[in-house]
Design a protein around this ligand. Structure first.
Ligand SMILES: Nc1ncnc2c1ncn2[C@@H]1O[C@H](COP(=O)(O)OP(=O)(O)OP(=O)(O)O)[C@@H](O)[C@H]1O
Ligand SMILES: [Mg+2]
Length: 255
């Protein structure tokens, strides 16, 4: 089972959005994917309920009760995927089983001062978890809701990069602010359920994440194949200025 946890204590940073889009990306690649909702708000499960019958199948797993955490549908196999939408408060008893055997943790961060500082604290709190301290889980930041003014020629501006210097780690991917995420989510869909060019352009921004998931063995902390060497554990944070983001300029056709 390939487990990916989407977590950050900061509310509204895009945990659910990233969890559902990632689950749909993998499902549309023909993978067997389960989406575990560990958040009492159950947004991921609500999204799954609205998912059209003809969309790529994603199995819902209800982990809102902490006693259920770790319960995986029996028919899932070693190569199948489990995407976990974590609750905002991720600490102590709840954190350990969620992080157990995770291939990676994705941490969505809004590129704003307070979010960066809150994320820094969150990364620090993760160091209390033994598996993370031992460097067995790869941790990646994902910049989310990035405004177009902060990107130039598909790469983050110096201003944007310097915001993340404070954390000591540049994001693996830069996801733009796009109202289409919400519009699709309201119908149980994601950008990966669509194939028209404007959607494909947005999908390109996810490529470093998809490649990391496809290529990186569990717990190596090695650079991913896209060349974005953003993978470090909180205890081994190294400042990076990743300017190789493979983003494609997107149009404002739906805004
Ligand atoms: N890249 C994006 N562009 C535009 N809107 C976005 C983007 N990512 C997320 N959103 C919107 O931001 C809001 C918060 O996102 P989301 O619910 O995914 O965050 P969350 O971290 O799961 O929140 P919570 O802490 O409440 O669980 C939602 O309305 C979502 O549609
Ligand atoms: Mg959520």
């Amino acid at each position: 089972m390939q487990k990916i946890l989407i977590a950050n204590q900061k509310g509204g940073c895009g945990k659910t959005s990233i969890a559902i889009n990632l689950a749909a990306a993998l499902a549309n690649q023909g993978k067997t994917v389960a989406l575990a909702d560990a958040d009492p708000q159950k947004s991921s499960l609500q999204w799954l309920k609205m998912r059209p019958d003809d969309a790529a199948t994603i199995i819902g797993v209800d982990w809102r009760d902490s006693d259920d955490i770790g319960e995986i549908p029996k028919h899932l196999q070693k190569d199948d995927w489990l995407i976990i939408d974590a609750p905002g408060a991720l600490s102590g008893n709840k954190a350990q089983p969620l992080i157990a055997e995770c291939k990676a943790i994705l941490i969505p961060v809004l590129p704003a001062f307070f979010d960066i500082h809150s994320t820094k604290r969150f990364l620090k709190s993760l160091e209390d978890i033994k598996r993370i301290r031992k460097g067995k889980v790869d941790i990646y930041l994902v910049a989310n809701r990035v405004r177009s003014q902060l990107m130039q020629d598909h790469t983050p501006t110096d201003k944007l990069v310097s915001l993340f210097d404070d954390i000591g780690q540049q994001p693996l991917a830069w996801l733009s602010e796009r109202s289409i995420y919400q519009a699709l989510a309201e119908r149980g869909l994601s950008i990966f359920d669509k194939s028209q060019k404007p959607y494909r352009d947005i999908q390109t921004q996810w490529q470093p994440i998809i490649e990391m998931l496809a290529h990186e063995p569990v717990g190596t902390n090695s650079p991913n194949q896209s060349g974005n060497q953003a993978a470090v554990t909180p205890s081994r944070i190294t400042p990076q200025t990743t300017k190789t983001s493979k983003t494609t300029k997107t149009s404002n056709w739906y805004e």
